[in-house]
Design a protein around this ligand. Structure first.
Ligand code: ADP
Ligand code: MG
Length: 252
């Protein structure tokens, strides 16, 4: 998939030399990564390689120890107000959905637009209903999270993020808690969003999604970005030997 990005487009998101340690343990080592507007970048790598930590550094759930993060060309510091504004622009979807169990589906989606953006109840409701159609479960508006399947819950979580009109979506293994028959319905929604130009940074080992939707695939190992390949190079097999070894393990 080519989106004809011009070479001098400023990246929406730019990570330069990000370091992060927990005590003596270096979780991220000099990680640099750009994500341009409209791009979808998939991150793969073994468990413990730092993929979740990298995403958490992007939306400042974890402060990095070193390096720089730029969003829309502006350096992000750890000033609280700044971080608050940044988080409005960044949607995040987790492995375990993290919906509010005491709220209905539609109320889950309405909450942030009303609370954070000060939107009226009626407007938030209209947006929520529209987004439920977008994620293909308009009929579940009044259900509670424990009354719908995992695949449906994850699509509600995606709709809830989209309600804030984020400039980029971060997904952290969004299908890894799902039964196999539900993976497809979530992946299809994500791929559609990507094809419509939603900038996305996705930790996933769903290589079908990567092939369809990713402009680039990044391989992380032991806190380092080992590979950052175009879709064509990656699926054409032009990857380094460590990436190849990892792929052989997950594909066979
Ligand atoms: P991945 O998402 O690739 O599986 P993570 O980013 O979750 O990897 O974790 C990378 C490493 O950092 C792991 O070894 C993990 O145990 C460690 N780690 C993650 N979060 C913390 C934390 N809050 N405190 C200490 N160690 C952590
Ligand atoms: Mg993880």
């Amino acid at each position: 998939m080519q989106k004809h990005l011009s070479a001098n487009d400023k990246p929406l998101l730019e990570l330069i030399g990000i370091d992060k340690s927990y005590g003596p343990f270096k979780v991220l080592k000099n990680c640099s990564l750009n994500v341009r507007t409209g791009e979808t970048v998939v991150i793969i790598g073994p468990s413990g390689s730092g993929k979740s930590t990298l995403l958490r550094c992007v939306n400042q759930l974890e402060p990095a120890d070193g390096g720089d993060l730029f969003f829309e060309g502006r350096r992000i510091d750890y000033d609280k107000h700044h971080v608050h504004l940044l988080r409005r622009d960044i949607g995040m979807v987790f492995q375990n959905f993290e919906l509010f169990s005491h709220l209905s589906v539609v109320e889950n989606i309405m909450l942030a637009p009303m609370k954070v953006l000060g939107m009226s109840r009626a407007d938030a409701h209209d947006i929520a209903v529209e987004l439920l159609s977008k994620v293909r479960i308009p009929e579940k508006a009044d259900a509670y999270p424990d009354e719908i399947s995992g695949g449906q819950q994850q699509r509600v979580a995606i709709a809830r993020s989209l309600a804030m009109k984020p400039k980029v979506m971060l997904y952290d293994e969004p299908t890894s808690a799902l039964d196999p028959e539900m993976i497809r319905e979530v992946v299809d929604v994500m791929a559609e969003l990507s094809s419509e130009g939603m900038t996305s940074l996705v930790v996933t080992h769903e290589m079908g999604f990567a092939r369809r939707a990713a402009d680039r695939i990044v391989f992380m190992e032991s806190g380092e970005i080992i590979e950052n390949a175009s879709n064509a190079d990656f699926f054409g097999g032009a990857v380094n030997s460590r990436t190849r070894h990892f792929l052989d393990q997950i594909l066979h």
